[in-house]
Unconditional design. Structure first.
Length: 138
């Protein structure tokens, strides 16, 4: 089990990785799952757009792409997050950068746990789950 944070094509920023890692583990345990290897790759819009095109055949910007390597109840994956999108969304939704970053981080974890956000009902459930997890952080 390990959680790692990487920076690709962007400058590193101040971030309490220890606190974030413990919070992620707590959220995973609340779903009766265990943590495997989790890699968070913070990057730029351009970098994530290239991944979106190459692996998902989508030609648009997104805030997160999650690659699922879960086996049974062990949560593992690579989670790419566009810091450009996080900053823009934080501004648009009147949130701090860190609040929005934490929401996107846990969004990726919830996808690995098995939640989806394709339908309106799924989006509502995802938002509820995000909010429950975010309360654990605060």
């Amino acid at each position: 089990m390990s959680i790692h944070f990487f920076y690709e094509e962007i400058d590193e920023f101040t971030f309490d990785t220890h606190l974030c890692s413990n919070w992620i583990l707590d959220c995973i345990k609340s779903y009766h799952k265990s943590s495997g290897d989790l890699n968070f790759i913070f990057t730029s819009d351009k970098y994530l757009l290239d991944i979106n095109k190459k692996y998902l055949q989508h030609d648009y910007y997104t805030d997160i792409i999650t690659f699922d390597y879960c086996v049974e109840n062990t949560i593992s994956g690579d989670i790419y997050i566009s810091i450009d999108r996080v900053k823009e969304n934080a501004y648009e939704y009147n949130q701090s950068f860190m609040q929005e970053l934490h929401r996107v981080i846990i969004h990726g974890i919830l996808h690995l746990i098995g939640l989806n956000d394709h339908t309106e009902e799924e989006k509502i459930e995802m938002r509820k789950a995000e909010n429950i997890c975010l309360k654990k952080l605060n």
